[in-house]
Ligand binder design. Structure first.
Ligand code: ADP
Ligand code: MG
Length: 245
């Protein structure tokens, strides 16, 4: 993979008020690459990936997504948001809309796609996440695993070229984790560029091209999974892996 990165963070700094939450963060993601980010709670993982689609603003350094630099240009931010899908820990579905309506809302109103076409695509995506029979239900009528698969389908409905996942399985009952990870593994196999914050190390071993370990707002280690798991360079990575594996 020699082409330019599709996501690049260069010496990124971010503060929440006086609190320096991201310190000199560097990350480079190529097209089709799968990056898995792990690290202790509070280390800045969510903040970092939220900066990639400008849900959070950075104050120093540069973030370039799909060749567009994230700055104050609202058009650029809009363009990046259309191209970057995000899945959150807490699903964030619209509770008053059916599953189908959740999937067609943005394609209809943001992309101005004809309704029949949007519904067609939504049904294809629901088949892909294996819940086409749930289309007419409301999110509250679904299990957590099903809701998270709807959230993934909803993000895919915008045909993003990059997908961000922020601990997508950590709010799920254990028996539902696999059905969500299976969908993510499939997506990875189709060549999607992915940045996943997760502590599911089985998933990481299966799909990651690159592992990133963060602590206290810094990227401590970036390595291919084989090296990351068998021979981490940093003592802190080693300690962390010892605690979670
Ligand atoms: P992680 O996802 O690794 O658990 P976060 O990015 O959520 O870490 O948070 C990093 C740090 O920033 C934590 O100390 C958290 O309390 C703090 N933080 C997160 N969001 C905000 C916010 N909106 N305002 C102030 N502090 C925040
Ligand atoms: Mg987080």
């Amino acid at each position: 993979m020699s082409e330019a990165p599709v996501v690049e963070l260069i010496d990124v700094q971010k503060w929440y008020g006086a609190f320096h939450v991201l310190k000199d963060v560097n990350l480079s993601v190529k097209k089709g690459e799968k990056v898995v980010v792990c690290g202790p709670s509070g280390s800045g993982k969510s903040t970092m990936i939220r900066c990639v689609n400008r849900l959070e603003e950075h104050q120093g350094g540069r973030i370039v997504v799909g060749g567009i630099e994230l700055a104050d240009d609202l058009k650029a931010i809009e363009a990046i948001r259309k191209d970057v899908g995000m899945v959150f820990q807490s699903f964030n579905l619209f509770p008053h809309l059916t599953v189908l309506e959740n999937l067609t809302l943005a394609p209809l109103w943001v992309k101005h796609i004809p309704k029949a076409e949007a519904e067609d695509l939504a049904m294809q995506l629901l088949k892909r996440v294996r819940i086409p029979d749930q289309a007419k239900k409301y999110p509250g009528q679904l299990s957590g695993g099903q809701q998270q698969r709807v959230a993934i389908a909803r993000a895919l409905a915008m045909k993003p070229s990059i997908m961000l996942f922020d601990e997508p399985t950590s709010a799920l009952d254990p028996e539902m984790v696999k059905e969500v990870l299976d969908v993510m593994i499939e997506l990875a196999g189709e060549g999607m560029t992915m940045i996943c914050v997760t502590h599911e190390m089985g998933f990481a071993r299966a799909v990651a091209d690159t592992m990133v370990f963060m602590a206290e707002g810094r990227v401590i280690e970036t390595a291919p999974p084989q090296q990351f798991f068998s021979d981490p360079k940093s003592e802190r990575t080693r300690q962390f892996l010892g605690q979670i594996i």
